[in-house]
Design a binder for this molecule. Structure first.
Ligand code: ZN
Length: 339
């Protein structure tokens, strides 16, 4: 049901919209208009770059808008499809979920062409855009709910060739930390759909909250450019952490449910160590305080493993069952490829 004036097979730079039918009280024949830029030139890979899968995550949206304005046809070999604000209604509303159908786009795959707007977007990606691309880049951050050590991340997919390609591309973001994660909160994720189609999938968690330091915006932009060069779709010198005079990335993984700490009770969340800190098993990493019972000792949350505090809850107000911290243990590239 989604249509566009963009010709995905055409050479050159095009700016347009994906138009999603959306009938509402004050717009019977209205469309949601999702901005899209396509730059195609010569032979090379097709790469899809997505931001705003969650509307309250701005790092990718800003980096992709910068690239979409700056890039010329001559800098591209192959085809670059740039969608800065994928869940456009959510981006406009600064919300994680779509305000018009309440759906989480990152739980909506493979989608439904006759469903709500969010389902239609998922279906269009899964059936029209993923099949014509070699690589899919989906830029996330923690939004308003979580704060991550800025990192590129990936699933450990079962196909070794795909896993190696994803590992190499993840490392090409040149973040201090890289993170192997598992899905503890539902199914229907965008990267899983792209992985199942055999694509090289690169994802990130570039910090969080709405207070984004300039350094994190730089990581978003420079990392994205370097990954596009690594994939061969963008010209220019490929950088590595070594060539930049930096220590290698710290590769971490959180592949068990117990790596993801949930609040046992509602209260006020206090983190006890800095993000990116190395912690030991049973070391206190957080406390939960009780506003109604200031006389009650806070509940102490301890690390289940030796590892790094890779992610923490952003708002202090916490409900029972919220994810308040993620502990990821260090692993080697070799062990990831052997597992
Ligand atoms: Zn996200």
């Amino acid at each position: 049901m989604i249509r566009t004036d963009i010709d995905l097979g055409r050479t050159g730079k095009q700016q347009g919209y994906l138009q999603v039918p959306y009938s509402h009280n004050l717009g019977g024949w209205a469309n949601v208009m999702i901005p899209i830029t396509v730059i195609a030139h010569g032979a090379g890979p097709s790469v899809l770059v997505l931001g705003g899968n969650h509307g309250d995550e701005y790092q990718g949206q800003v980096a992709i808008m910068k690239l979409a304005r700056a890039l010329t046809e001559g800098q591209v070999q192959g085809r670059l499809i740039l969608i800065p604000s994928l869940n456009f209604p959510a981006a406009l509303a600064s919300t994680r979920l779509s305000p018009i159908d309440g759906m989480n786009l990152n739980r909506a795959f493979p989608g439904d062409p006759h469903g709500p707007v969010t389902s239609q977007i998922a279906h269009y990606l899964a059936h029209e855009l993923f099949p014509i691309c070699d690589a899919v880049i989906d830029i996330h951050s923690g939004g308003r709910s979580m704060d991550f050590v800025p990192c590129s991340h990936m699933h450990v997919v079962s196909d070794r060739v795909q896993r190696q390609a994803m590992l190499d591309a993840m490392l090409a973001w040149n973040t201090e930390f890289c993170f192997l994660y598992t899905d503890i909160a539902g199914s229907g994720l965008l990267p899983v759909e792209a992985e199942n189609q055999g694509k090289t999938v690169i994802t990130t968690e570039l910090g969080g909250s709405e207070s984004i330091p300039a350094s994190v915006h730089r990581i978003a932009h420079d990392g994205l450019v370097n990954v596009l060069r690594h994939l061969g779709v963008l010209d220019g010198q490929i950088q590595s952490r070594t060539s930049m005079g930096l220590a290698p990335s710290i590769l971490t993984q959180a592949l068990e449910a117990r790596n993801y700490l949930l609040a046992p009770e509602s209260g006020i969340f206090e983190v006890c160590v800095e993000l990116g800190t190395k912690v030991s098993v049973d070391e206190p990493v957080a406390r939960i305080h009780f506003l109604e019972r200031p006389d009650r000792e806070p509940l102490q949350i301890v690390s289940p493993k030796h590892g790094y505090l890779i992610c923490m809850r952003s708002p202090c107000k916490t409900q029972q069952g919220d994810c308040i911290a993620v502990i990821a243990e260090e692993v080697s590239v070799e062990s990831v490829m052997k597992s």
